[in-house]
Design a protein around this ligand. Structure first.
Ligand code: FES
Length: 94
């Protein structure tokens, strides 16, 4: 299973950001605390700030897309402008 479906059924302890060791449960807690965008979740949890995704993440990519799936799943009124405005940690290296 991939994308949103995977995250809908994943347990809370499932790791989302391997660089920082941030779990699905921690991302949901951030959303419940008011985070509505990738940028806000980065500030709240430090997820998606690691820059070692190719070696630490089994998917060999940054967790930003996974966090965006969780925002889609758990935020009723996602701040899409802020989401679109938020850059993946890996983009700064390119
Ligand atoms: S997996 Fe999240 S920043 Fe690397």
């Amino acid at each position: 299973m991939t994308g949103k479906g995977k995250w809908m059924s994943a347990p809370p302890e499932e790791i989302v950001c391997y660089c920082l060791g941030v779990s699905k449960g921690e991302i949901i807690e951030a959303i419940r605390s008011g985070c509505r965008s990738l940028k806000a979740i980065k500030v709240f949890t430090k997820a998606c700030t690691g820059n070692e995704c190719e070696t630490k993440n089994p998917g060999k990519k940054c967790c930003s897309q996974d966090i965006l799936h969780l925002i889609d799943l758990y935020v009723d009124n996602a701040d899409n402008s802020a989401t679109a405005d938020s850059h993946c940690c890996c983009e700064s290296k390119k």
